[in-house]
Design a protein around this ligand. Sequence first.
Ligand code: UDP
Length: 332
Amino acid sequence: MKVAMVIPPYRYGADPTQWITVPPQGYGGIQWVVATLMDGLLEAGCEILLLGAPGSPAQEGVTVSAAVETDEIHTAVEAFGPDIVHDHSNTAALPAGNLRPIVSTHHLNGAPERHTNGVYLSRAQRSAAGSSSAPVIRLPVNPARYHFQEEKDDYLLFLGRVSAHKGVREAAAFAHAADVPLTVAGPAWEKDYLEALLADFPHTVRYVGEVGGSARTRLIAHARAQLVLSQPWGGPFGGRWIEPGATVVSEAAVSGTPVIATDNGCLPEIVPGVGTILPAGQITPGDAKQVLASLPAAQAVRETAVDRWGHHTVARQYLAVYNRAVSGEAWT
Ligand code: UDP
């Protein structure tokens, strides 16, 4: 099958002469999802045109388009002649014209621009978008792209954007209560939030900035647990923040690192089996130590991740959805 994969083109913060590639140089949830899905689709024999990520590394079976403007994207898609257009840009990168058939994965909060043939990352995200029957397909992970580490070092990890809705402050409070250091990795666009975090938890938090490559996979694999204490407020688009899919959960789990999460959005749907959902309310030192002591073992966490979210499994689920759209089916 010929697939045109459309993602929103974003400049790379650390070097704005570059676009964020697939896979990304550092932070990049959508770019990791697409890289991993492409791994599965290529192994299933698909041919892919990648749009919205100029400069991405060449791979057999993939044409990386230089197009970033919507009219250029339109021309590139038409020239490729795909069986299916798979949009990850909430239509932002797509021309208004009739590119058909199309499937759109919604990566954000709220209702998508295009309701027809949507795919959601969680039931929570789907229901907030006003749909009850569109497919839910979880975010994929490719075990070959991660280290597995059974023996852990003595730190907890927060990986992601250093923002209120991602619960970095709550992660620091948990780590402080557990008396275990917290490594915080990720871009900090809200400087005041980072400064307050470092001032309030000087002996607990170690901020290492945005990470990529093997520094990222090593950090994930060696952590005792990854903290995903997402909060239902303070999100980037205003309103309530519903954690849509949480790429970091499957990445941690496949590395044998259990996850400690809140019950926000997708998290109660995906974390049981690879970690634990924290009870609401104030965490005492006793609770925090108890949570750490009762996490699932590394090997079990990895096996569950591969079983649920392995790239072959998720690519098969997408191929089934592509076939529905190709055969003329439409859903909302
Ligand atoms: N990430 C990274 N380097 C960093 C911080 C984050 O590579 O310094 C990656 C992380 O591994 C994950 C993605 O960025 O793949 C964040 O995706 P997630 O879905 O967790 O968060 P969101 O897209 O909502 O910000």
